[in-house]
Write a protein that binds this ligand. Structure first.
Ligand code: GLU
Length: 504
């Protein structure tokens, strides 16, 4: 096999949806798995749909996801430029080849004439009229008009487009790596415009020409492009070029499985559909992104990898290198993949837990007010303890306040239910016990605390909740013995004494 070269070819018509990121990811994984190249090409032939900021967004989002580009937009390479509008002068010659070979023709029809044709066909009972091999004979084009007339029109500079001349009644076969053989009869295909009156190619022509010139070996893209594949295959044939392999990825579905996941689903159900935050330049509407919501890029891409692919084993946590190692198009399914937001959070939680206290301390350090003057070793221990109950770094910080400030409020329910008349006396005994201890490690605190309870025949359920309430102000949380060790003896004793005064 020639060198594997794949490309991600987005159009800058808005931010990248997570489906787009998944397409980029699968291309990247496939390329790396086969020691190939991953290219980024911008398909901006439809200049009317350009959205300012979208190009930069695509670059930034891929970089945040650590989907590294070997060649292409913003990354150089020998086969550029990699933005189709910058390649504009290169395409005409290819349209001319098709004209010369008789696989394409000039069409001079005005917008009114096209409308009229559609109306006529609708009246005749055709639900979705197309400019095709049947209709073309009655339209204004170089097939229906005389050679003289065509020459005249071209000489006088009449506006025209170039259309493909779709053969009649031929079967086009595509061997899709994911779907197997897809067979389409050309009678169901229309004479698509390849070259527009503004001198720009359409997506179809530019896409095929560029994939050929950029030596793309595999076209891996979303299912929505499957209907275009027969046309692309025909273009390769008409040019006498080798066709790349095709793989059309399954859709990402709404959580209930009913239809394609859209931005509206995210708004409605409260999850981002974009990798990073996006501000709509027209409306200034801000759409949240996974980055800003506190997700690790590794968790996000790990989750995306599973939307359509599976490794065939029970393993779910994969580093990017492991994904590269395990990925194959053979294990990408045809059926749409349901998006599961809870699973996305679960992935983040797994990545959070796998980080050491030191790494997490580094991450929350910036969130801590300067006045707190938190020592790094202490912070790392706090993170180690609190990470088990957190999904995001932010959660760790929020639940760690108790290590920096003594409680100002006490959980009302625990107070009401657990704080009894004898509680102050019991807690006083606890402070006395703690005051006399020299080894205040979690294990020792636990041991001494439990023997005090045993000696007095106090149940754990009677003392532990009020002990927690007094020290942390909360009704729940991680081990009180570990919390005690981290706070230190004096602080714990002082907090219990304050609580006795405030709550009795
Ligand atoms: N420009 C197309 C898009 O925006 C790319 C389709 C393809 O990969 O061929 O998705």
């Amino acid at each position: 096999m020639d060198k594997v070269r794949v490309r991600f070819a987005p159009s800058p018509t808005g931010p990248l949806h997570m489906g787009g990121v998944r397409t980029a990811l699968y291309n990247y994984l496939f390329a790396k798995k086969h020691n190939g190249d991953f290219l980024l090409r911008l398909e901006d032939t439809d200049q009317t749909r350009l959205v300012p900021g979208a190009e930069q967004y695509i670059l930034d989002a891929l970089s945040w996801c650590k989907i590294n580009i070997d060649e292409g937009l913003g990354h150089g390479g020998d086969l550029g430029p990699y933005k189709q509008s910058d390649r504009k002068p290169m395409y005409r010659q290819y349209a001319d080849i098709l004209l010369e070979k008789g696989h394409a023709y000039y069409a001079f029809d005005t917008a009114e004439e096209l409308d009229e044709m559609r109306q006529r066909m609708k009246n005749a009972g055709v639900p979705s009229p197309q400019y095709n091999s049947v209709v073309r004979d009655s339209m204004q084009n170089s097939i229906s008009l005389s050679a003289d007339e065509v020459k005249q029109r071209l000489d006088r500079g009449d506006s025209y487009v170039i259309r493909i001349k779709m053969p009649r009644n031929e079967e086009v076969k595509i061997n899709d790596t994911i779907r197997g053989w897809v067979v389409v009869n050309t009678n169901n295909l229309d004479d698509k415009v390849l070259f527009k009156s503004d001198g720009m190619p359409t997506y179809h022509l530019a896409n095929v020409v560029d994939d050929h010139l950029m030596k793309i070996s595999h076209v891996i893209r979303g299912e929505e492009w499957l209907p275009s594949a027969p046309l692309h295959v025909l273009l390769y044939r008409f040019f006498d070029w080798e066709c790349p392999a095709f793989a059309h990825l399954p859709l990402i579905l709404k959580p209930d499985g009913n239809g394609k996941l859209s931005k509206r689903d995210g708004d409605r159900l409260g999850f981002p559909v974009f990798p990073t935050e996006w501000t709509n330049p027209e409306t200034n509407e801000v759409s949240s992104g996974y980055r800003e919501e506190g997700y690790f890029p590794e968790a996000f891409t790990n989750m995306l990898a599973f939307l359509g692919w599976n490794p065939g084993t029970a393993q779910e946590i994969f580093s990017m290198d492991e994904l590269v190692e395990s990925f194959s198009l053979q294990r990408v399914g045809k059926a749409g993949a349901k998006f599961d937001f809870d699973k996305t959070k679960w992935f983040n939680q797994q990545y959070l837990r796998s980080k050491s206290g030191d790494e997490l301390a580094e991450l929350i350090h910036s969130k801590i007010p300067k006045s707190k003057d938190a020592d790094g070793v202490f912070l790392a221990k706090v993170c180690e303890l609190m990470k088990e109950r957190a999904t995001f770094v932010e959660d760790i910080w929020e639940s760690s306040q108790l290590f920096f400030d003594s409680p100002t409020e006490y959980d009302e329910k625990t107070h009401r239910k657990k704080w009894k008349e004898h509680t102050p006396d019991i807690l006083k005994k606890v402070t006395e016990l703690f005051g006399g201890m020299s080894d205040f490690s979690a294990e020792n605190v636990e041991k001494e605390f439990k023997s005090l309870l045993e000696e007095n025949e106090w149940g754990l359920g009677m003392v532990l909740p009020t002990f927690r309430l007094a020290v942390t102000g909360k009704g729940m949380g991680p081990s009180m013995f570990k919390i005690s060790e981290l706070l230190g003896k004096d602080e714990v004793v002082e907090r219990i004494e304050t609580a006795i005064q405030k709550l009795s």
